[in-house]
Design a protein around this ligand. Structure first.
Ligand code: ATP
Ligand code: MG
Length: 271
């Protein structure tokens, strides 16, 4: 299973130390929310997990193996905006990854392979609540729908790790709450580990199984370049959240619990 080990990772850009001495073990199927002040290196950290950037020092292991030095289908990613291709339809966007990996030269699938990819894509589009929009273009979708599409596109490749960089940061609160429910469902249903950067503490505590904070311990102007950010807090959510529990049928299960640890609506609680 897809555990991630980050071992004493440093990242420097020229003279600037962005991250220092970051060590973290993420359990398989965990959901880690990364929080921290603007500019402390959260996106940089995520780009290293994606393979877009290399650590200056230290190692990152995925399933015990060194992380391949470039992005691959085992790691999906969704950004705050512009994760999907504007010139492809919803269906085209979700099928693209399959077309690129299976038909490298023509980027087209034919016959049975195409039918199967299409069926899988349609099921994924339904899973994120976009049925009926298959032939629309991203510009014809709302912001929330575009992020649903980006999730479908990433999940179509069955990534071991899903990396999210403030994916819901630009959405209105109501839309955001709906997509949070979807995100929980997707985490429970898909065998993947999630690492999500967010500015929103409430979002972090709503979704994650663990909240990790990055901060720069020394932050005076003259120290900015010489000291990077590192992990200053690592909080496991209580009661523990575990992926794959049957809560997919109870999307609100991670909500408020009573003092005896049972959910308010749990039949065992209504005696
Ligand atoms: N490619 C790059 N070249 C040089 N410096 C960079 C590069 N990418 C990031 N940095 C620097 O690294 C620091 C961390 O940037 P990063 O984008 O990771 O922060 P962040 O925590 O994601 O911030 P925000 O919350 O605003 O998104 C910044 O000072 C930034 O200028
Ligand atoms: Mg960022």
């Amino acid at each position: 299973m897809s555990g991630i080990v980050i071992d004493n990772v440093w990242k420097e850009y020229g003279d600037q130390i962005v991250l220092e001495n970051v060590s973290l073990t993420i359990e398989p199927r965990g959901f880690v929310a990364l929080v921290g002040p603007s500019g402390c290196g959260k996106s940089t950290f995520l780009r290293m997990l994606l393979g877009q950037e290399r650590p200056t020092r230290g190692a990152i292991l995925l399933d015990g193996q060194p992380l391949p030095p470039e992005p691959g289908p085992d790691r999906g990613v969704v950004f705050q905006r512009y994760s999907v291709f504007p010139h492809l339809t919803v269906l085209g966007n979700v099928m693209l990854g399959k077309e690129l990996t299976k038909a490298r030269i023509s980027a087209r699938l034919f016959g049975a392979a195409r039918r199967q990819a299409r069926e899988e894509a349609e099921a994924m589009i339904a899973a994120v609540g976009l049925s009926g929009s298959e032939s629309k273009y991203p510009a014809q979708l709302s912001g929330g729908m575009q992020q649903r599409l980006a999730l479908a596109q990433a999940l179509m490749m069955k990534p071991k790790v899903l990396l999210l960089d403030e994916p819901f940061g630009a959405l209105d609160p109501g839309i955001r709450a709906e997509i949070h429910q979807l995100m929980k469902k997707l985490w429970h249903e898909n065998p993947m580990t999630v690492v999500m950067v967010t500015h929103d503490m409430r979002e972090a505590f709503t979704l994650a199984s663990r909240v990790v904070a990055f901060e720069r311990p020394r932050d005076r102007p003259e120290e900015k370049l010489r000291y990077g950010a590192t992990i200053t807090k690592d909080i496991s959510i209580w009661p523990p959240r575990q992926a794959g529990t049957p809560s997919i049928f109870r999307p609100d299960r991670d909500g408020p619990v009573t003092t005896d640890g049972l959910h308010r609506d749990d039949p065992a609680h209504r005696r």
